[in-house]
Write a protein that binds this ligand. Structure first.
Ligand SMILES: [Zn+2]
Length: 164
C-alpha cells in the first residue's frame, strides 16, 4: 500500500469540506478584519502593490492565512509578521485555494513545518525584509518560486484524483 497516495486521496476528498470551513470562518470574522493597507506599515507599501495591501485583510484571531485574510495573535503583530503572511497571500493568489492546500499539505507531510517549501520561502523572504536585503520585483520572485514548488508538487498531488 502506498501511504502517501492514500493520504493525498483523503486530502482531495476533504477539500470541499475544507473550502466550506474556510468560507464560514471568513464570514464569521469579516467584521473583525481590516485591510493591511490601513495599518500604517510604510515598509510593506514599498514591497507589495497597493492593490494587494487593500485586498489582504488581517483579523486578530491566531496565526493562519485563509484566501486573502490572515490572522495574527494580538501583541505579535509586527510588520515582519505581516510581511510573512503577505508572502502566503501572494502564494495563495498564485495557486488558488485548492492547489495551495495540496502543495502546502504535501510540504508539511514531506518535510515538516519549518522546512516545507512554502514556509521556507516565507521565512527566507521575511529574513530579507528584516535585514533589508529583499530581491527586486518581490511579487514576481514569489510567483516564480511558487510556480517552481507547484511544478514539483503537481505530479504527486494531482495523480488520478486531480481535476474538478
Ligand atoms: Zn508561514
Amino acid at each position: 500500500m502506498n501511504m502517501r497516495a492514500d493520504i493525498i486521496r483523503r486530502f482531495h476528498a476533504a477539500l470541499p469540506q475544507v473550502r466550506g470551513w474556510i468560507d464560514q470562518f471568513l464570514d464569521s470574522h469579516a467584521d473583525r478584519a481590516r485591510a493591511v493597507g490601513t495599518l500604517g506599515f510604510a515598509r510593506l507599501s514599498a514591497c507589495f502593490p497597493q492593490e494587494l495591501l487593500e485586498r489582504a485583510k488581517v483579523a486578530s484571531v491566531d496565526g493562519i492565512t485563509l484566501k486573502d485574510t490572515f490572522s495574527l495573535q494580538q501583541g505579535r503583530a509586527s510588520e515582519a509578521l505581516h510581511f510573512h503572511e503577505l508572502v502566503h497571500v501572494v502564494q495563495l493568489s498564485r495557486l488558488g485555494v485548492d492547489n495551495f492546500l495540496l502543495a502546502y499539505g504535501l510540504g508539511l507531510f514531506s518535510f515538516g513545518y519549518a522546512k516545507s517549501p512554502l514556509e521556507q520561502m516565507a521565512y527566507t523572504l521575511q529574513r530579507g525584509f528584516e535585514l533589508g536585503t529583499l530581491p527586486r520585483g518581490l511579487v514576481h520572485v514569489i510567483e516564480q518560486a511558487t510556480d517552481a514548488i507547484w511544478n514539483q508538487a503537481a505530479p504527486i498531488v494531482q495523480g488520478p484524483y486531480g481535476g474538478a
